[in-house]
Design a protein around this ligand. Sequence first.
Ligand code: GTP
Ligand code: MG
Length: 392
Amino acid sequence: MCGSRGRCGKQEAVAGRSCRTVGNPGANDRDNRPLGKRGAFCIVARMFVDECVVKLQAGDGGRGCISFRREKYEPWGGPNGGDGGRGGDVVLLGDDDTNNLVDYKYQPHWRAERGEHGLGSDQHGKDGAPRLLKMPLGTVVIDEATGKPVAELIEDGQRIVLCKGGNGGWGNTHFKTSTNRAPKRANPGQPGEGGTFRLVLKSIADVGLVGFPNAGKSSLTGQITKARPRTAAYPFTTLHPQIGVIEYRDEVKGHRRLLLADVPGLIEGASENRGLGHRFLKHIERCALLLILVDMAGTDARDPRDDYKNLLRELELYDRTLLKKPRVVVANKMDVPEAKEHLAKFKRRYKTVDVLEISCLTGDGLDRLKKELLKRVTALRGREKVSRKTAA
Ligand SMILES: Nc1nc2c(ncn2[C@@H]2O[C@H](COP(=O)(O)OP(=O)(O)OP(=O)(O)O)[C@@H](O)[C@H]2O)c(=O)[nH]1
Ligand SMILES: [Mg+2]
């Protein structure tokens, strides 16, 4: 969590670890200070890691013990070697409060405790403590040896035992038989499982926000969710995805919420690594609905019609299936006088596309957009459940 919690209002951002930033243009000048003047902890907290490699090792089982009972007046006390303890597992825990893999990037080696060895007098070794690793929801674990996904964390509190600890070895008491009353053998503990794994975070959100830089994605996120991503009039203000929660309070149907993922801007040629490239598009792969935000003001002499075409092209180049996802096209900056003309031209070219008009500056159209998002996502999620049942 951000070290300056109270000061920067970090608790409002669900993901992205951003400190409180400008929701409305110019609203909070303190946060426009250069990074170096905000305190070192904030700078570290801004780092966003969504992919890293870790080496995990479960604990080995403890050795079984060879021991014999020796007491006064007990000449044939018999074997009393205890068993070794079980090695601890490496357990992944889905955690809603974690949204970044930065902890694992700089500390990639994790090991669970080994089991203690067995002792005489039938004392069993203590089991090793498991190693609990908190993972952000949406983390996919890929085994580096096979290249195949082996686990995926999608629910808060979900536990996955990724590497099992080794069993403890039997002490010599277990080997006592009618013919062998004094066995001199015990088992060694079994080694714990281990491996090298790639962790890939693919955020889980209902709606993925896609647009050119400066289209107003973060302004929209700031307006309709509780997150406060930084907004400014220069491209690539947002450098990593931010997840915001859209809240709906309904007296009859109860409290509802949708997650909105604001991903960094896409530009033409992103597939060739221009701008920030395609690297963050994995965060919209799981969204039910894509929100394509078009800057109708034509900022920087751009043509909104070309923006829309280029956005779809970049999505297609990243993954064709993204184009099959349902999408809602939203025209932003409708408060700017030229926007009306641009919108008319846009509608003439894309006759079948339904466009929702909004302005993040004046707030026009935002309520309608929120309702539309809820309606569509509810319908889509319902359909997903039905198709999953049919597949089963
Ligand atoms: N006039 C007007 N300006 C807007 C509106 N929405 C956003 N802006 C301005 O557009 C600029 C860019 O807004 P951002 O929200 O940072 O845009 P973004 O899409 O998140 O940009 P990147 O993070 O760089 O990709 C800011 O200066 C905003 O004040 C709007 O509806 N009307
Ligand atoms: Mg932004």
